[in-house]
Design a protein around this ligand. Structure first.
Ligand code: ADP
Ligand code: ZN
Length: 433
């Protein structure tokens, strides 16, 4: 039996969803036009009046927003309510440049909790479950976002926050955590550390995990499911739009359902901005339908992904988006070729290598160089040198045929690639442009 948090909305007909979206979009556009100078100016420049937007079919008349707009109006220029009504601030983790700040009203926090509670229900969480939150609590949205959802659902939250791995494992055992939430790279690390500490994860109550905030592959999912002996689910979100819970995986683990009564997703050709059909890769663009404090319209996420309107076996009618396949600004251009770190990661994991790697890009003379440092496993470490060079050659060949350019693969001793307890830093680009 599939669990829903709000079945009437999660399984609503397309007509109902469209009606909700139309209503909410009209109100939000009017509100931002009246309250946020940037929108008024952009809409005036584009010759669009709020009354020209009668529903979602008029969405494409509206101008885009992007991260730079948030930086230009930093800190509070894009808030659509008086500061008096703002009850919480968060800031982006700053993975890509200067941080930005966002705000929430009481109602925004309720809505956020609702979105995350839908995700918790979808993976079979119940009130009696204990949610171990190892996302950071702070300006980063991860910790508090999951916490809001647990509170809404009535689960017991354990706000451990990030870091201190030994303590995480002790709490997981002593407090009997049922569900774990953290970044996928940290989940891998927790799995490894549990093994090292001789903890039998099969004997723990832990049965599911909610992992997001950074790209991860199906191979990583299998690795985490095995080492922690759990089911691993994906959750997507971004600070600008809300935080975790913009979209979430259901029990089918086949794409993430977008909370469409709160957010509209568009997949656009990054160059022409034309909408792309189901299944075709493009830039993900979101519009907030009912956020009060910080409602972004047509925000270009720079994430690349696809959507499908196909019916999901879980019964939810919300569209599903793919796992983002990297960001347009994550994409490395090496000797003119587009390379996504996730492509390299997939090869490593498919060939049974460790997920601990770092990509180093440099420039020698006029030529870009690509090096991939991969940690050896303990077993490989004790192998003969000739075996190690065979693995290096094999990986070099596979990467060459996948990427179309040569990469130097270096296997390094276990434990030497910097581990992250938050977001993984996979790429070091030493080139000067
Ligand atoms: P920053 O942009 O500073 O990293 P955020 O914490 O808001 O700040 O990160 C949001 C970004 O994280 C998304 O735009 C996306 O690129 C990435 N992300 C979030 N969830 C996932 C996920 N489940 N899979 C892949 N990438 C994700
Ligand atoms: Zn589903």
């Amino acid at each position: 039996m599939e669990h829903y948090y709000q079945p009437e909305i999660e399984t609503a007909s397309r007509e109902t969803l469209t009606r909700i979206q139309n209503d909410r979009l009209v109100k939000t556009v009017k509100r931002v036009y009246e309250n946020v100078p940037l929108y008024r100016q952009r809409m005036d420049e584009a010759g669009v009046r709020p009354e020209d937007v009668k529903g979602i079919e008029d969405l494409r008349k509206l101008p885009f927003t992007q991260k730079q707009d948030l930086r230009d109006t930093y800190p509070y220029g894009m808030f659509a309510v008086p500061m008096d009504d703002v009850v919480r601030l968060h800031a982006s983790s700053g993975t890509t440049g200067k941080q930005i700040v966002v705000g929430y009203t009481q109602k925004d926090l309720d809505m956020w909790g609702e979105c995350v509670a839908r995700m918790l229900s979808a993976i079979g969480a119940e009130k009696k479950d204990k949610l171990h939150v190892a996302y950071g609590f702070g300006l980063f949205t991860g910790g508090f976002g999951l916490y809001e959802g647990a509170r809404r659902m009535g689960c017991t939250s354990i706000p451990v926050s990030s870091g201190n791995t030994a303590r995480q494992l002790t709490i997981m055992q002593d407090f009997e955590s049922d569900i774990l939430a953290c970044t996928p790279s940290y989940a891998m690390y927790l799995g490894e550390s549990a093994e090292k500490a001789g903890i039998d994860t099969k004997a723990l109550p832990l049965r599911a995990g909610i992992f997001g905030a950074e790209p991860w592959t199906e191979e990583m999912r299998k690795g985490i499911e095995k080492s922690l002996n759990i089911k691993a689910y994906d959750i997507y979100g971004l600070t600008e739009i809300m935080g975790p819970g913009v979209s979430f995986e259901c029990s089918c683990q086949a794409g993430m359902h977008v909370n469409e009564d709160h957010f509209i997703i568009e997949i656009l050709d990054p160059e022409t901005h034309e909408p792309l059909p189901d299944g075709q890769k493009g830039e993900i663009v979101f519009t907030c339908l009912d956020k009060e404090a910080f409602p972004l319209i047509r925000f270009r996420t720079k994430d690349i992904g696809t959507v499908t309107h196909e019916k999901c076996a879980c019964g939810r009618t919300f569209v599903r988006m793919s796992k983002p396949m990297g960001r347009t600004d994550d994409m490395l251009i090496i000797r003119g070729v587009n390379v996504f770190p996730s492509q390299i990661e997939t090869v490593l994991l498919q060939t049974g290598q460790s997920p601990n790697y770092q990509i180093i890009v440099d420039r020698v003379g006029a030529l870009d160089t690509l090096e991939v440092q991969v940690e050896l496993s303990e077993e490989q470490f004790s192998d003969r040198v000739s075996d190690i060079s065979r693995v290096e050659r094999d990986l070099t060949e596979r990467l060459k045929s996948l990427l179309g350019i040569a990469a130097k693969v270096t296997l390094v001793s276990p434990g030497t690639v910097p581990r992250s307890e938050g977001k993984a830093k996979r790429v070091v680009d030493k080139r000067r442009f």
